[in-house]
Design a protein around this ligand. Structure first.
Ligand SMILES: Nc1nc2c(ncn2[C@@H]2O[C@H](COP(=O)(O)OP(=O)(O)OP(=O)(O)O)[C@@H](O)[C@H]2O)c(=O)[nH]1
Ligand SMILES: [Mg+2]
Length: 345
């Protein structure tokens, strides 16, 4: 399958460009309006973008209704031609289900190709079969962690991630659940001394829950703070937010963690755009990330990140959060539930 983006001032023009290059057998996978910015997006000219695809091996010129008259791509977006006996409608159907959830183009294509390889061509019009295969593919890509066990000794978990994603709130939720409900001995440490308010924020939660908290002011201080918590079941370490562009903070964090035994959980907001997600994961990978926590699921209606993040980072999701309430709005990541969110929205 060849796939390419075509841009023009009008949608019919973009479609014509696609047909001129790909021929009449080309199909529209996706259409969108894009702004070609001149000054930081202001006064940008509107353009139409068509994502077209063609099978270079196709010998037939048989067209579906969607292919024959595709002035706007709206029909394909509504998925009206599922039942037609032609592979292209299967591709459209699957691709659109994924792009609706804002999965990156590359991953969506990978998933669609994997499904078409498994399903014989004569069954490509069976949407229930395609849906079943899609569920399996998505489910296989959403890696989730095992629920926490405390039989193997003390568990030390540091939460790292970009600013404002919900690290401190998630620490409070975890501390409350594991201390107040699971009755574990929990100790808190914060490295976030950049802002007085950040320390106060966690101290307030610690006081309410009656769990100890240690504020670490230097990169060497973490080792002694951990030593003082030797008898805890769970130690949760809050860190300052690191923009993935801020090398200085990232290096300081790396230095603070040096040679200490702990797990590092990367916290990412579900509202993160696909490109930013990859840049964030790339930046934090250097710290050695063991797990992911996806926050703010309540602030989005597209859940592609649940597939994208663990696939790209190659580590499982441990928890998801879905609101500001401590301790309620957190759940242990569960494959079936997350798969359903991606498929059903
Ligand atoms: N809607 C929603 N808001 C959340 C969620 N988790 C955290 N928040 C909110 O996000 C904001 C930032 O949360 P923090 O916990 O301070 O984020 P942080 O990552 O510690 O921020 P920095 O320490 O500044 O990097 C707060 O208003 C939280 O209430 C969530 O799951 N859903
Ligand atoms: Mg914080």
């Amino acid at each position: 399958m060849r796939i390419k983006k075509f841009r023009a001032q009008t949608l019919p023009e973009a479609v014509s460009m696609m047909k001129a290059e790909f021929g009449d057998d080309a199909i529209i996978l996706h259409t969108k309006i894009v702004k070609r910015s001149r000054f930081f997006g202001l006064f940008g000219k509107k353009q139409y973008e068509v994502l077209g695809a063609v099978d270079p091996n196709a010998t037939t010129s048989k067209k579906t209704v969607t292919q024959a008259n595709q002035p706007s791509g709206v029909a394909s977006q509504q998925g009206q031609d599922w039942g037609v006996e032609d592979g292209s409608t299967a591709i459209q159907f699957l691709y659109q289900m994924l792009s609706k959830q804002e999965l990156s183009h590359d991953l969506a294509v990978k998933i669609v190709k994997a499904i078409l390889q498994q399903v014989p061509k004569q069954e490509w019009n069976e949407t229930s079969l395609l849906k079943m295969k899609l569920r399996t593919e998505i489910s296989n890509l959403i890696h989730v962690d095992e629920p926490w066990e405390f039989s193997g000794g003390r568990k030390v978990v540091a939460l790292v991630g970009p600013t404002g994603v919900g690290k401190t709130t998630t620490i409070a939720k975890l501390a409350a659940n594991y201390h107040l409900i699971a009755r574990k001995k929990v100790g808190l440490i914060t490295l976030d001394t950049y802002r007085i308010a950040a320390v106060e924020q966690l101290k307030k939660y610690a006081d309410i829950m009656n769990v100890p908290i240690t504020v670490v002011y230097s990169s060497s201080g973490l080792a002694s703070a951990l030593a003082a918590y030797a008898d805890m079941d769970l130690v949760l370490i809050d860190t300052y937010g690191c923009s993935h562009h801020n090398q200085e903070r990232m290096s300081a964090l790396k230095a603070a963690f040096e040679e200490l035994i702990m797990e590092k959980y990367l916290v990412i907001s579900a509202t993160t755009k696909s490109n930013d997600l990859m840049a964030i994961i790339d930046a934090f990978k250097d710290l050695g990330i063991d797990n992911l926590i996806i926050t703010k699921l309540d602030e989005t209606q597209t859940y592609g990140i649940l597939v994208e993040a663990p696939s790209y980072a190659q580590v499982p999701i441990a928890f998801v959060t879905n609101g500001q309430s401590v301790p309620d709005d957190i759940e242990i990541a569960e494959n079936d539930q997350l798969t359903s969110m991606v498929l059903e929205g």
